[in-house]
Design a protein around this ligand. Structure first.
Ligand SMILES: [Zn+2]
Length: 143
């Protein structure tokens, strides 16, 4: 995390840098999850399916949207999420992200979709059992 930059750059520059960092982080967490899908023989997913809300993965047959949320950006309480400097900026930003997440989740659920939100930290090996519970509905049962 490149928190040290926050005091040096203007707010617009900061946003620009952060969005680059964020998209890079998204990519690596997505790849980790793809690896896990393969390990678990979970199939039927589509990446970057064009639908409002931009889930990371969509299982069309199961009407399930999967989001991988970065712990920092989405305010997971697994670690201290607000940096020491510019606390107000960050806490506002993270709160807005969480509100947005809730809206998106509701939007899918209102249409009869299942929503699975996975925290970035749950991709670690030591949290695998937790992750498996979340992914339980994605295993092929009707095969
Ligand atoms: Zn976390």
């Amino acid at each position: 995390m490149v928190i040290f930059m926050t005091d040096v750059f203007s707010q617009s520059k900061r946003s620009e840098i952060m969005s680059k960092v964020r998209s890079h982080e998204n990519k690596s967490t997505e790849l980790k999850l793809i690896k896990i899908f393969k390990e678990l023989n979970i199939t039927g997913w589509t990446r970057h399916y064009k639908v409002k809300g931009h889930p990371d993965f969509v299982f069309l047959k199961k009407k399930t949207a999967v989001f991988v949320d970065g712990c920092f950006w989405h305010g997971h309480d697994c670690r201290n999420t607000v940096p020491k400097s510019n606390q107000e900026y960050w806490s506002t930003k993270i709160r807005k992200n969480k509100e947005h997440d809730d809206q998106i989740t509701a939007r899918f659920q209102n249409r009869g979709w299942n929503v699975i939100r996975i925290w970035e930290c749950e991709l670690q090996k030591k949290k695998r059992s937790h992750l498996l519970l979340k992914l339980a509905d994605l295993f092929e049962k009707d095969a």
